[in-house]
Design a protein around this ligand. Sequence first.
Ligand SMILES: Cc1cc2nc3c(=O)[nH]c(=O)nc-3n(C[C@H](O)[C@H](O)[C@H](O)COP(=O)(O)O)c2cc1C
Length: 259
Amino acid sequence: MRKLLVIAISVFTLFACTSKTETTEPKEENTTQVAQEQTNLSQEAVSLNDTTGKGLKVLLINGSPRKEGNTYLALTEAAKQLEQHGIASEILQIGTEPTHGCIACNHCKKTGRCVFDDDLYNRAYNLMSDCDAIIVGSPTYYGQPNGTLLCLIQRLCYSASSIMQNKPAAAVAVCRRGGATAVYQTLLMPFQMLNMPIVTSQYWNIVYGRDEGEAALDAEGLQTMRTMANNMAWILKKIHNDPETPLREKEHQVTNFIK
Ligand SMILES: Cc1cc2nc3c(=O)[nH]c(=O)nc-3n(C[C@H](O)[C@H](O)[C@H](O)COP(=O)(O)O)c2cc1C
């Protein structure tokens, strides 16, 4: 009797395992199919109103020294989607040259420009003046954004806060495996204190990849970029249809904790 019971349990377990494997595989196929269908649907929806963003421009800052690496790939995915809305974009490469960080000299408070007159900063300043929104992308380096990018951003924010304010901004972090959420949060910090509306997506703006071009395999990451670009286009069009800026008090209170 006991032998019979053992055989019955074994047969049942074997059947349960087999049917589990059978249901898992088609589910994966379905997921890919659904993602593809959703992409097609979003492309269709986008092409309906592709002309209304004309005249608008988004500045993309590639904070990677690799000119056409994974950060570039993530940013260009967003740029292609913006183009669907008739919105232009221009990419600024951080490059491989060293740059200064902010030295807290307050020169920019008197002149409006950073005391260091280098090419990267000047290009960033001019592009920032000309654009309607900004997307900053960085690779993850030891759980942090690229230092060269941070140097530039700090100098830009201190000297160009008046031209940055009210412009929608998004951050993008790229990593092999971990630390990207810290990068994402760090990149957003200056925007959040410069009255810049933050543009979000269906997930945090994170794309995965290690070797150059690998990010092309991250289907969800790239979709997140497209959704962020759609949201950016939506916000930009709303702002430009109604350009009235929010009410702000004339005097900006600045108090230190000690006085
Ligand atoms: C100095 C250095 C540090 C890195 N640190 C991390 C890390 O902390 N976490 C991670 O997931 N990837 C890390 N990576 C991998 C990069 O984030 C990854 O290769 C990314 O795709 C590079 O983007 P890019 O192609 O735009 O340069 C590091 C790469 C370098 C060169």
